[in-house]
Design a protein around this ligand. Structure first.
Ligand code: FEO
Length: 429
């Protein structure tokens, strides 16, 4: 058996006494889940934890790497010894070898979250004996004999099903995607591999950041644990100063920006781009209208002069978002779409949104932006303002009203929407 700290083909790697890494290395991967670049490939980390009374297998690997996984697993235990199969996360990069493992260890119980239970049939298509399944909660204990597994409810890190597994006697946290990164290095441990900090932060930004509130809830659970080693589902095993990585998550999940607004102010960001100055005039009117609402800090940004990335940081912490775009060839313009497409990186659900814009003959941009905002689950309380070419004074007043109304929503002073059901289709405010 491999007792060195370098992963060898077909050999498990000890990460603690009677605890082995039985995962797979994928050094050639250059793109993960379509959206992530992986300059150093990745690893699919799975683990075997032995107690006096049997073995628990924690997660598996992507299907193409099942042979690597089973070679390592059978080198450190027999199928009949497996008492528990723990599913921290059902994404296929961790469950590709699950059907074969279920078949190879028919007496093993499967421990998973309630959300995972609802997903499992979509993953194990050839059926599963439901009498083998145990849905865990914070009180569940799996006693392996001298080693006890507990479970932390950490949903949305990175799917609704995700959980962490804690071995309390040894201070081992099997964290799933949390504290992982796409960084393949056969030296396995964080104190031996190359510098992977860029990948750790990149992984957080692209996988965890949209679920920042859930990250903070999970950190409250994890920070209370006397952790001695973190075994994530991707990347290096964190045996040296593991709490530093927990602290780094705390930093990454905390507000990024100096808080420019007062403690009790709401923030409204108005983004625009303008071909002939008409949408810009509308944007300034929107801002003027919003500024008249006490308790709202209003900012105005011309997308012609900015890269989306810093705006995404602003948006993450804002309360309201407004977008102004001309219509060109029946669409909003590319800088607006570039920013809107970046919003999947952060949580925008529940923020207030609105759109406005000048147009020449068709004017679809406002509706298309509104559709996108609703698709991202922003609240769009009123129809935006569309102006044919040069805005009149009356139309600029309408823009001011739009800004004022959205700002009033931010501070809870907007007039409630009344729907007269006696006049179908009629909406009055
Ligand atoms: Fe590594 Fe969300 O799967």
């Amino acid at each position: 058996m491999n007792t060195s700290t370098t992963v060898l083909p077909g050999q498990p790697a000890a990460i603690a006494p009677d605890v082995h890494w039985v995962g797979a290395l994928d050094p050639d991967l250059r793109q993960f889940d379509i959206i992530l670049r992986t300059a150093n490939g990745t690893s699919y980390n799975a683990y075997a934890v032995r107690g006096r009374d049997g073995v628990a297998v924690i997660d598996t690997v992507k299907a193409e790497f099942a042979d690597d996984f089973f070679a390592r697993l059978w080198a450190c235990c027999k199928p009949a010894e497996i008492r528990a199969i723990v599913l921290n996360h059902l994404e296929p990069d961790h469950t590709g070898a699950l059907p074969a493992l279920l078949a190879a260890a028919p007496d093993a119980r499967v421990y998973l979250s309630s959300a995972a239970l609802r997903m499992l049939k979509g993953i194990v298509k050839d059926g599963i004996d439901e009498s083998r399944l145990t849905v865990v909660d914070a009180d569940t204990r799996v006693d392996l004999g001298g080693r006890t597994l507990r479970f932390l409810h950490t949903p949305y890190l990175h799917w609704p099903d995700t959980q962490c597994t804690w071995v309390e006697e040894d201070g081992l946290l099997f964290s799933g995607d949390v504290f992982g990164c796409h960084f393949c290095d056969e030296r396995l441990f964080n104190d031996r591999v190359g510098d992977f900090r860029f990948s750790f932060d990149y992984y957080y930004q692209h996988i965890m950041r949209p679920f920042r509130e859930h990250v903070l809830e999970a950190l409250a659970l994890i920070e209370a644990l006397p952790i001695r080693l973190i075994a994530p589902a991707h990347g290096p095993v964190l045996r040296d100063a593991p709490r530093n990585y927990v602290q780094r998550y705390r930093q990454l999940a905390s507000p990024l920006l100096t808080f420019e607004a007062g403690e009790h102010e709401k923030t409204l960001l108005v983004f625009y781009i303008s071909a002939y100055g008409n949408t810009e005039r509308m944007a300034r009117a929107v801002r003027d209208g919003a500024e008249g609402v006490e308790g709202v800090r209003v900012s105005l940004y011309d997308l012609a002069g900015g890269d989306p990335a810093p705006f995404v940081d602003l948006i993450e912490e804002a309360d309201g978002l407004m977008f102004g775009s001309p219509t060109i060839n029946g669409d909003a313009v590319k800088p607006v779409w570039d920013l809107l497409s970046s919003l999947t990186l952060v949580k925008v659900k529940g923020k207030f949104g609105a759109a406005f814009g000048s147009f020449g003959w068709s004017g679809e941009a406002v509706r298309l932006i509104e559709d996108r905002l609703r698709g991202l689950k922003l609240r769009v309380p009123r129809t935006g303002v569309r102006v044919k070419l040069i805005p009149t004074d009356e139309e600029l007043a309408e823009c001011r009203a739009l800004g004022r109304e959205l700002a009033e929503h931010l501070v809870g002073r907007a007039q409630p929407l009344h729907i007269d059901f006696s006049a179908p289709g009629a909406l009055t405010t």
